[in-house]
Each structure stands twice: as C-alpha cells, then as structure tokens.
Write a protein that binds this ligand. Sequence first.
Ligand code: GLN
Ligand code: ZN
Length: 726
Amino acid sequence: MKTYAYGFPRLGRNREYKKVIESYWDNPLANGAEHELTGGIDKLEGAILATYEKYVDKFPVGEMTLYDNMLDTALMLGLYKCETLREYYNLCNGKNALELTKWFNTNYHYLVPQFSSSSAPKFNVVWNKPKEALEKHKRGIPYLIGPFTFLKLSKGITRFGDCLPALADAYIELIKDFSEVHLDEPAFVMELSREEIKLIKEVYGRIGTQGCDINLFTYYDSVDFIEELYELPVKAIGLDFVNGEENLTNIKKYGFPEDKTLVAGIVNGRNVWRTNIENAVGNLRELSRYAKNLAISNASPLYHLPVTIESETLEGKLWNKLSFAEERLYELKLIAQAYKGNVEGVAEWNREIPDFGVSKQVKERVQNLKEEDFSRSVSYPERVTRQKERLNLPLLPTSTIGSFPQTAEIRKKRVDFRAGRISQKEYGTFIREKISDVIKLQEEIGLDVLVHGEFERTDMVEFFAQKLDGMATTKNGWICSYGTRGYRPPIIYGDISRPNPLSINEIAFAQSLTKKPIKGMLTGPVTMIAWSFVRDDIPVSEVAYQIALCLQDEIRDYEANSIKVIQIDEPAFRERTPIKRRDWEEYFDWATKSFRLASSRAKPETQIQTHMCYSEFGEIIDQIVRMDFDVITIEASRSRGDIIQHFEKVKFDRQIGLGVWDIHSPVIPNTEDMKKVVNRALKVFPQENFWINPDCGLKTRKWEEVLPSLRNLVALARELRGKALT
Ligand code: GLN
Ligand code: ZN
C-alpha cells in the first residue's frame, strides 16, 4: 500500500514563510533582499519536502509559492508579464493586484487570474521548473494546478472551448520533460455541465497521451461524472472519501478501472480529529474489493491544518484527540502498516478518551427552541422607520467595518500581557487609551457610525473563542488565509456557552465617549464555525444555534448599555456554502436561521448589520436576504463593483454599503476611484439605502494609509450629499 501526500502547509513551524516574505516587503531595495527571500523560501521548501520524505512514499515538488499558486500558474502560462520580484508582488497586493477570492468552500483566498479578452488567448509558457528539488527528492513529482481548474477559476473567459486547445498545448509544453506529474483538479467536484465535461475529456485526451504519467487529484467533494473520469488517460486518480461520501457509493456501483491506481483520500485534510486507524483499514479493505491498485492519501490538501500538534500545550484529553498536518502523514504511515497487519502504534494513537465538555443546560436550550425564536418581532419596513428616527443619520452614512490598525505596539502589549510582564489592569488601560484615541479620530474625520477599533482582538473568531466555554484556542496552530497571512482556528470540542459577557467592557466604554452611535461588533455563528475546527459528533446546525444563543444574550447586554447599532460579521457565509447546489438548502437553512436566532431578540429600533467579503456572492443573494438584517456591507472594490449587477435581479429592500476601498492593498484610494463604485451602485440602489465604507476591517493597514483614505471617503460622501440635495 503506497502512501501519497500533498498540500503540506507552507507557513512553516514558526511561520518562517511570513517572516521571510514580509521582511522583504519592508525593505525590497536593501542589499541582498531578494537573495534572502529566495534563500529563506528554499530552506522552508526543503524542510517540507524532508517531512514528506520522512513519512510517505510519494509527494509533489513545486507546491511552494512566493504568494499564491493560481497566480504562479497564470505566470507560467504567460498570462501576465513579470520579471522581477517587485513586479510579482505588485500583482499580489500592489498597484496591479488581482482580485482575491475564496478557494472553493475554504478560507484560503487565491488571486483570480483575469483573461483580457474572450478570444483564444496565446499562452507563452515560462516555468521555473523545480529542477534541483526534483534531483534531490527522487520520490517527488512535479506539481501543477490542472488546466480545467485553472480555467474554471479564472475570470474573463466566456467560452471555454476557444481557450482549451491553446491551453492543452501549453500544458503539453509544461509536462513534456517529465515522466510523471501531479495535477490538482479540485474543480472536478463542482456540478459541471455536459459541455464542460466534454472539454475536460478533450484536454486530457491530449495531455494524457504524451508519455507523461498523470496523477490527478480531486478533493473537497465527490465527482459526479465518475464514468467519464475513469476514461481519462491518467495513471492515478485521487478521490476524497472524507468530504465526498458519494465517491464510495459510485465506486461500489461502477467499480474502478484496472489500469489505474485509486489514491483514496482517507485522512481528513480539513479537520483535526484523529483518524480511527482501525476503521480506516476496514474501509480500505472494502475499497480493495473494487479497486485493484490502491494507494492512500490525505483527502484534501493539508494546508487547511496547522503544521503540527507537537508544540501545543492543550489539555491532554483534547490533545490526544488531535492530528494536524504532520500527524496526518504519520496516520498515513500507520494505516499503511496496519493494512499489512502491523498494528504497532495504533492503540496508542487511538486511545479511549472519556467524554468532556458536555452541558445538559445548553443542549436543552437548543432543544426547546420554537419557530418564533428565529424571527424578529417586527418586520423590516417598520423597523427601518424606527431606526432612522432614532439614529438620525445623514444621507449616504459613512462607517468602517470594525478594526483599525493592529500596530506593532499593540501586538507587543498583548504579548507582554500574555507573558505576565504587564498586569490585566495595565493592559486594560492601554486598550482603553487606544479606544479613546480612535473615537476622537473618527469624530475628527467625520464618520457617522463609529467603531471601537477591535484593538483587544487578535482575531475576530479567536477572541470570542477564548471567552466561550466549549471552545479551545491554540498557541501555534496557524493556517494560511491568503499570501503570507495566517490565523489560528479555535477548536470547538464541546457544548458552547457564555460564562460572562464577551465584549461589553470595550463597547460600552467606547459608547460612553461619544454621542455618535457605536457599532457593537460580534462574529456570527457561521463564521465562528467556518474558521474553527468543529466537533463532528453532533449536527453542525446544533453547534450554530448554541453560538447564536450566546450572541443573543450578548446583544441583550449591548442594548442595556445604550448600543443602537450592532454588526454581526459573517464574512464566511459564502465560503461555507457546499460546493454542490443540491446540498445548498440544508446549509442555508441552518446558516440563515442561526443569524436570525442571534438577532431575533434585538429590539425593533436596534439596527442589525452584517458584513461579508471576498467571495462570489452573485448566486446567493436570495439566501443572504433570508437573514433578515437591516444593513449589509459587502466588499466590492477589487472587482470594481461587479457584484452590483446581481442585485438588479432580486428584490432587495435593505440598506447596503459596498466597499469602495480595497483594504488588502497599501494604495490610498482617491475620491474619484471610490466615486466610480458609488455611482455604479446608485444606479441600482436608492440613495437613502446606501452606505459608504471600506471593503473590510483595517487591521492589516498602516495608520498612514488609513487616515488619508478615510478622509477621502468622508469627503466623497459629503460631495455626493451636496449633489443629492440640489
Ligand atoms: N469586523 C471585522 C474587522 O473589521 C471584520 C473582518 C472580516 O470581515 N474578515 O476586522
Ligand atoms: Zn470583511
């Protein structure tokens, strides 16, 4: 039984990836800066390949990127010209930045390649083949994103058919020097049209017959066109048996071709619970009845997991249930050995652990929920009148999404506090000072609805996880969300409850400083779940309602502290959507209900906002409407407001703020740039429903970018208001 692993996290055990690249950004012109960057990345890549080598038989080489693999593929194919590192990073987060969108139903964001015209593009293959690494790691296989996935996730192509012949030629060029390649084709699990499947057959019909063996990997869900998949001239097919249950049903029905290897993805690449080795072996024995040639792998790329549990100091009973990326490789090894009859290490790995984190009270509260617990007492038209009266905001109100720059000073204070070098009191005073400063500043700039700045939060999910029972947080469990950015997903292991208020201290303090409304800032149930590792012993809807009830209690406390506007962030609402439409209704049912449950007890005159970003929202606007918020803010500036067109088609009577400032870029937007998005939007939304705000939170930006940008934003609103009045 051969083992095959892929997608190992690139961040490094101690986030070396971030350090190496960001120190280059800080000083790209310094002597030797480029050399240091490439040297650092090579070293990191070497360590990852060595880890693969330690545990598994086969693995890809060339997965490492300086920012994003989709961009790299676009560059290899000559879609963009880029000769220097500075030009490269310009495409990532500089002047020419590509749009950023979530990768399938994950929280990894990729850069969206944009084809300039719909006519057949010319590809110009330039690939820095990882020659040295391949020399050094004989069991390594050259890695590429497959042609179909690349095309499917790019923008600007209206007719695939026009592109594919040229694209096939380009891939033939790419693979021609190799005897074997690894191609990732996660887009194969989408619900594809007959036409698309035909194109897949055409492309693979060409690239698969060039004498280079193709190991083709699908993941995140099952493949619907299994019979045709079998006909492709590839050597091995990777299928996800963790998140693609139908793959098993299909194999039982259609068998598996004898001339190919089935690479069974059986250890979870997206969640942290240890694999039960005995069960896995049982499943493999069953699969072996249908597939003559069988190998095993992770079920999806491992970069959705932190690097290793080794350095974590979680409680033993939890620690002993967990498995991160490196441990997944170990599990593959254990499974392969156990399959052959050697069960050494298995009992130790899957120890019996008594139940913990159970709350009868929480369970009962969810069980007793009734239909009316999921809706607000008064409908939107009446709410909006009361809210407008109470808030008395100008036309085109301005606001921000919540966070303000998390400076080195703030991060240092937090580290000092955690390490016990400064007291709780001192830290609290420091945070209050920051809140006071940011309130004064927002008043001075002239924003209408203010925020407290989220200085006390490392991360919008982790912050709440640390205060809720039933969730644990890690010390070093970073995973990559885009480029060099990482976050530490908490682990939901038990029933969730709110032992104490979560954020009243900071929010109430902020409100005490100003007459303008402060937005209370909460993270919604879907996002709490999407950006955590979730227990799998109860339905996810139940976890969502447990969180929603905590938020309901928090909102009651907000109202008692004179908070009139509350934002429940749901940036992961789209991302959590299942890949296949046939699974949508089940998801949207609990996703929208959990939002409504959280907000249902808010008074009619309390304005409930939500915020979403970095996803394709076009198709789900109908679902978003079911959340019954009063205001939504959505990121829109990288796609220059493309989302607007989708609102033309639905009945949308709520207030909306489309982002006018791309906050992933250090570029300061001028009034004219922002005006373009607003003008486009005002053709679709009545001006009395429109808000002006940045794309997302400002925590990753620098103050010197934030101040002029916000001044421009307010100036724009004032200019437009002046016009609207005349
Ligand atoms: N309120 C959060 C912030 O401003 C929202 C972040 C997000 O959408 N990812 O940082
Ligand atoms: Zn956002």
